[in-house]
Design a protein around this ligand. Structure first.
Ligand code: PHE
Length: 464
């Protein structure tokens, strides 16, 4: 049995790790499509409102529960809820918290590996040649159906193996030497690459047309409930809320570490990467370089945009291979820092709850995600990835966010025979900022009401 749980070595370390988890494919691919198809510039209004009344409060809640769980020496909800709720059903409710990481990890590493492959093909000039021959769609199809080879090995399997090993090595090195260090090195590189791409976009002729396409407000869209649902869904996804990630990472903070300010810092860094980087690169580029329109961008979906439209776009720019390489490397970094964050809760569950050694936990989680991944990819054509993404990446996040909000406001600390939950006290403990009063009202009333509304609207709308 392990004797001590690890801790982050610094405040910056945990902020970067949470930001690294949050900044992912959601920022660079999901956000631009959501914004462009849901009112353009107007989308930012529901987005910021959802950020304020759901994103920030729920991330405070998750950080608080996570740090508290860490004191109890647990990094995931099954045992933590068992202790916090102190009822026989607590651990069953907590067990639901393992579903999003389990679902998401099954397909995420595969997509991450496609990105690595495309970064490699960009660097070697192969992708440019494919684009110039007008064969990008076919190439992508061949790649994912294992027909593209490196030597005699299917390239998709080769890159998957490298990506898988990369993730597992970081995880094996542990919280400080692995996750924290990886984020400290890669996040600044990601930001620099993002800024280079933004500068490239902004210095293109006629870029104002591309930006206007993305950001022109259409205020009548605010009357459409769909854009509010889309904004709330995006905030959940992009801030990695309800996935057990923030909970697990926060469990490695120390008892009196500042969590209120750290949570705000990580959330703001993610919003910057989403709005400024994500909002400037993909759609404006696709619009002015290859003349796409919003319908086309939306139809391409995340994969089409990343693996087909963007190579086409860069193929038309001077120094295209260079920018293509920067684009895919940046996405790969974003992918790795998110992938390790979704693996760690499973590791922590094995270590803290099942009392398995670190090495064996890595082995167990590696095997499970490998088997799950193979099943998911075998079912790729049958829509398995969409299905997993829907359940693990959408539905459960909102349900689990609601559960966390209820535990924070009503249950936490009750077994100490107190009338009120001690949630706010714990959140403020060690914090450099005092929580403004109106945020207490938002957390207590507005946030739960918004979550219930969201769930009802979502069920009525049959998905986001
Ligand atoms: N916040 C991540 C993103 O924007 C979501 C995510 C985290 C997905 C971890 C998978 C794993 O892409």
């Amino acid at each position: 049995m392990s004797t001590s749980r690890e801790n982050w070595s610094s405040k910056l370390g945990v902020i970067l790790a949470v930001a690294g988890s949050a900044v992912g494919l959601g920022n660079f691919l999901r956000f631009p499509v959501q914004a462009a198809t849901n009112g353009g510039g107007t989308f930012i209004i529901p987005y910021l409102i959802a950020f304020l009344i759901l994103g920030i409060p729920l991330s405070w809640i998750e950080w608080t529960l996570g740090r508290y769980a860490g004191i109890l020496r647990h990094g995931t909800s099954p045992s933590a809820y068992d202790k916090i709720i102190d009822r026989p059903w607590g651990k069953y409710l907590g067990s639901l918290g393992l579903l999003p990481p389990l679902f998401i990890i099954c397909y995420y590493v595969f997509i991450e590996s496609w990105i690595l492959a495309f970064a490699w093909y960009s660097l070697t000039g192969k992708l440019m040649a494919v684009v110039q021959a007008g064969e990008i769609t076919q190439f992508f199809g061949n790649f994912i159906s294992l027909q593209e080879k490196i030597g005699s090995i299917p390239a998709a399997i080769f890159f998957f193996a490298i990506t898988f090993i990369c993730n597992m090595v970081v995880i094996l090195l542990g919280v400080r030497k692995g996750i924290e260090r990886a984020n400290k090195i890669s996040m600044p590189i990601l930001v620099i690459m993002g800024i280079i791409l933004v500068i490239r976009v902004l210095t293109l002729p006629d870029i104002s047309h591309g930006l206007a396409f993305m950001w022109n407000p259409d205020f009548s869209a605010l009357l459409n409930p769909k854009i509010w649902l889309a904004a709330a869904g995006q905030v959940f996804f992009t801030m990695s809320l309800g996935m057990g990630i923030v909970f697990c990472y926060a469990s490695y903070t120390k008892r009196h570490d500042d969590i209120a300010l750290s949570s705000l810092s990580a959330g703001s860094a993610n919003a910057f990467a989403e709005i400024i980087l994500g909002g400037t690169i993909v759609i404006p580029l696709a619009v002015i370089v290859i003349g796409s329109n919003i319908e086309e961008c939306a139809k391409m979906g995340t994969f089409g945009l990343a693996f087909q439209s963007m190579p086409l776009v860069f193929g038309k720019l001077p120094l295209g291979s260079l920018f293509m390489t920067i684009w895919f490397t940046m996405l790969f970094i974003a992918g790795v820092t998110s992938a390790i964050s979704i693996i760690q809760p499973l590791i922590s569950f094995c270590e803290d709850d099942l009392k398995i050694s670190h090495k064996n936990s890595v082995l167990t989680v590696g095997t499970v995600s490998l088997i799950g991944g193979i099943i998911a990819i075998a079912g790729l054509a049958a829509g398995a990835v969409e299905e997993l993404d829907f359940w693990g990446g959408s539905f459960f996040l909102v349900v689990l966010g609601a559960v966390q909000a209820l535990i924070f406001t009503i249950i936490l600390g009750k077994k100490r025979h107190r009338r009120d939950s001690i949630g706010f006290e714990l959140l403020n403990d060690g914090s450099a900022i005092r929580l403004p009063k109106f945020f207490r009202i938002i957390i207590r009333f507005v946030c739960p009401a918004a979550l219930i509304l969201l769930l009802v609207a979502w069920i009525v709308h049959d998905g986001w």
